[in-house]
Unconditional design. Structure first.
Lengths: 467, 133
């Protein structure tokens, strides 16, 4: 199989730049990476660390192979996310900085309740609008005394969602109360040193404010139920409440904090994407160019043949990505001429269940297109190959669409995680790798490229356990 | 980047100002911003936390601001005005650099709030006091 002309497998970066592993001379690097604010990532030591503005994030949450983490703007509405002594407390004590947190320093607190019915810490904030919103409450907890941890998100009492996590079984029990406040989902992620990040998603009522409550427990029950022990406690750190799905942790102190969006673009250049760049296919042509040695402008001649269709060489774009969170925007990954005129685009639909794959040429005319269903929250491997009169779209090992007529886009000059190397339609998700080949790979090659390397990998990607 | 804080009389007024910064409609029929500023809707911010009873029922309501609040991280390029063009010599070398000014977009200045602290919200790692207009 041909080597990629450009391969970005997240591994090297510096402020404002993401390196590609191919080509080795740096022509394929993504030379623009911006995020105006700080952000956090899980580093290769397994700790959550804060990174400065404009530093790309290679995140190791999914395992030993990092992903390029691209996230949208998000606000953590909960102030004092690591200092529960500053939360409102009822029949509960909060000892600060008692143990090592998921960030690797002694910043986690211990909250200890008594057996009284209502024993909890709580915090109230204003929602961005008095409307029903999908939100996620998350917090890092580690078992201490007692096997349970109770969480509540509450609008106008009694409208609320209660979730109870049991450490020993790693299971959630959730319930709704009141009206117009509904449970969506509950999940957890394990971190180093027996830490869990618990996530509870819900749809709020139309109250102006949202109150969040936490309580450790030795018995099943809710935050306001009596407990059998008078010293149930838990280690706690990193509370967060945000719109839509849970995203990377955003530390707060006395004020709510917003992490700004990641933008990554300007990958490659016009030479790399227009066929005369050390192509395996073109090497024979270069050899044959000796036949033209008596003619001036050999490259021009070859290019004229290519433009006239006497010769043709194709291209293939491949992306391997995952979205572990939904967003409400269109998100695109493209190779374009830095405009919408000529572009090869993988576009996430706002319904978060489909991708729209399309190719434009000339003044943005659609040459080929297909809308395809995908499973979110899993890895998706998508490839598009194009050459004159042959456009093929592959998703997860399957050829999903073919178009047999049309001219190819021209003057491509940039790989970008947005619509057309500008600032619109930024893609948010986790990037495992992207490739560009300046040849249209054969069907079997692309099927292999977009398939799983083993049955186990396929099962893992679909969140199945192989026993 | 410049950071500013605003308060409007209500959400609809704030939304109208945001829309005036530029929106377009995507292929799914949804509006999206055509500017590159970052806007955070804080709403009617909590001035005093509510008091809850043992069942979690509110016995004293939270005290909320009457006004609707926004924080904005402005893309500096898009709010910069060139007051005087640069003067170049015959070789294109700058003799006198251009003179620029930065200000709130039209209609926003009257709603701006000047704080001496970061207030109830900030952008992660960005000090409002060091970046305010």
């Amino acid at each position: 199989m041909a080597n990629p002309t450009l391969a970005m497998i997240p591994s090297g970066y510096k402020a404002g730049k993401v390196y590609s592993v191919l080509p080795a001379n740096g022509d394929g690097d993504f030379t623009t990476f911006t995020r105006a604010s700080f952000a956090t990532r899980l580093n290769n030591a397994g700790f959550i660390e804060t990174v400065d503005a404009n530093i790309p994030r290679l995140d190791y949450t999914s395992g030993s192979c990092p992903v390029l983490l691209l996230e949208e703007q998000k606000i953590n509405n909960l102030t004092d996310s690591e200092d529960f002594n500053n939360w409102t407390k009822l029949n509960i004590t909060a000892a600060t900085n008692t143990t090592m947190s998921p960030s690797g320093d002694a910043s986690a607190d211990t909250i200890t309740r008594n057996s009284t019915a209502a024993s909890y810490v709580n915090k109230t904030f204003t929602k961005e609008e008095e409307d029903s919103l999908e939100m996620t409450l998350s917090v890092f907890v580690k078992k201490n005394v007692g096997d349970f941890f109770a969480m509540r998100a509450q609008g106008t009492y009694p409208n609320r969602v209660d979730s109870l996590f049991q450490f020993s079984t790693e299971t959630f029990t959730s319930s709704e109360s009141g009206n117009n406040f509904s449970f969506i989902s509950a999940s957890f992620k394990k971190y180093a040193n027996d830490w869990y990040r618990l996530n509870v998603s819900f749809e709020t009522d139309e109250a102006a404010t949202l109150t969040t409550l936490f309580s450790p427990r030795s018995l099943t029950g809710q935050v306001d139920s009596t407990d059998s022990a008078s010293d149930s406690s838990v280690f706690i750190w990193g509370a967060q409440c945000e719109n839509d799905n849970s995203t990377s942790y955003i530390k707060t102190t006395t004020s709510a904090q917003t992490r700004l969006k990641d933008v990554c673009k300007d990958g490659g250049n016009s030479v790399l994407f227009n066929g005369n760049y050390q192509s395996d296919l073109l090497n024979p042509l270069r050899l044959r160019s000796t036949y033209f040695e008596n003619l001036q402008g050999t490259t021009d001649i070859l290019n004229s043949f290519l433009c006239d269709g006497v010769l043709s060489y194709g291209s293939t774009m491949f992306v391997d990505l995952q979205k572990s969170f939904k967003d409400r925007t269109i998100g695109r990954i493209s190779i374009s001429d830095s405009s919408t005129s000529n572009a090869v685009v993988i576009s996430k639909k706002t319904n978060n269940s489909q991708f729209y794959l399309f190719i434009t040429r000339a003044n943005g005319d659609i040459v080929a297109e297909i809308t395809t269903d995908v499973d979110y929250d899993v890895r998706n491997k998508i490839a598009i190959s194009w050459e004159v009169d042959s456009f093929k779209f592959y998703v997860n090992g399957f050829l999903v669409h073919t178009v047999t007529s049309g001219e190819t886009p021209i003057d491509l000059n940039a790989f970008a995680f947005n619509g057309s190397n500008e600032s619109l339609f930024n893609f948010f998700g986790e990037i495992n790798q992207v490739h560009y080949y300046n040849s249209s790979l054969q069907n079997l090659e692309i099927e292999k490229l977009t398939s799983y390397s083993s049955f186990e990998k396929m099962a893992e990607s679909q969140l199945c356990n192989v026993e | 980047m410049k950071v500013s804080k605003y308060e409007f009389k209500d959400k609809s007024t704030a939304d109208a100002k945001i829309k005036a910064l530029g929106v377009a409609t995507d292929e799914d029929g949804n509006e999206y911003p055509t500017h590159s500023h970052s806007i955070v809707k804080l709403g009617h911010i909590v001035l005093e936390q509510p008091e809850l009873d043992e069942d979690g029922e509110i016995i004293k309501e939270a005290v909320l601001s009457e006004n609707y609040h926004l924080d904005v991280a402005w893309n500096e390029k898009e709010i910069t005005t060139i007051e005087e063009e640069a003067i170049l010599d015959e070789d294109g070398m700058v003799i006198t650099p251009e003179v620029t000014s930065i200000d709130h977009p039209y209609g926003w200045k009257s709603a701006s709030v000047d704080l001496e602290t970061n207030g109830v919200h900030s952008f992660f790692g960005i000090d409002y006091l060091a970046h305010k207009i």
